[in-house]
Design a protein around this ligand. Sequence first.
Ligand code: ZN
Ligand code: FE
Ligand code: FE
Ligand code: ZN
Length: 296
Amino acid sequence: MLAQIGPAVFTPPAGGWYTPLMRFAPVPDYHMHTPRCNHATGSVADYAEAALRIGLAEIGMSDHSPMPGGFDAAWRMDRAELAGYLAEVEAARDAFAGRLTVRIGLEADSHPGSEAYVRDMIEAYPWDYVIGSVHYLGDWGFDNPDNLDAWNGRDVEQAYCDYYAAVADSAATGMFDIIGHPDLIKKFGHRPPPGSVRVQAAELAMLDAVRDAGVALEISSAGLRKPVGEVYPHGRMLALAAELGIPFAFGSDAHAPGEVGHAMDTCLGMLTACGIDAVCRFEKRRRFAVPIRALP
Ligand code: ZN
Ligand code: FE
Ligand code: FE
Ligand code: ZN
């Protein structure tokens, strides 16, 4: 089975994450942010330049979308910033055309009560793809370091079950193209009882919902930069998803240009170990397969 991934590394090496030791040709990196979400740095052009430096041919921006009613406004762009976000990504797409393909995406939150607002926002623009992410259980932003105390005394097994149920619901909405970091609940290293039958059943139900909805799962290197020190999703979930024929898209979830493409090679190695030989790319919400190519 897949090896445990090593400790978190937070500082990119000079020259970026991509080195001549890589085993696979680069694939699109579809998950990166801009300062509009208030917790990322760098312009879209900075991310694009970083992608070119490490040899990528395609990236996609996917900043945290606005939410209705000012929900958790500190961690996302304001609705008034959406036009500027689109203008900046469109300008980079045009400026880098011929050298780097820049896709226009969004990381939308799946949160009960906001579906109509998010659906309207998605329908109002010709996105290349929309990532659907679960960052909240009720009003609890469980992956927000400011809310870490709220984990104290929490039934972790129940939190995992609730999380996977919410991810299953996000897939079933049919609103999203990619389900973001599909076991984000582990971010700070909280673990349910080993071998929990309830959690395994919840994971499987989530994967069934993803397959039934015909959407892609994200394989994300961001977990390697977090206390859990693991790729999202864990290897067993990856293997189950592969058995179900669920397609994958890669995302670094870069919040700084130096994180673009982070650990792409590790993620591609995990995919190929499960027999997956392609990842997804998107254009105007149509999905295409990009073969994973081993380097000589
Ligand atoms: Zn973020
Ligand atoms: Fe996210
Ligand atoms: Fe993100
Ligand atoms: Zn994210």
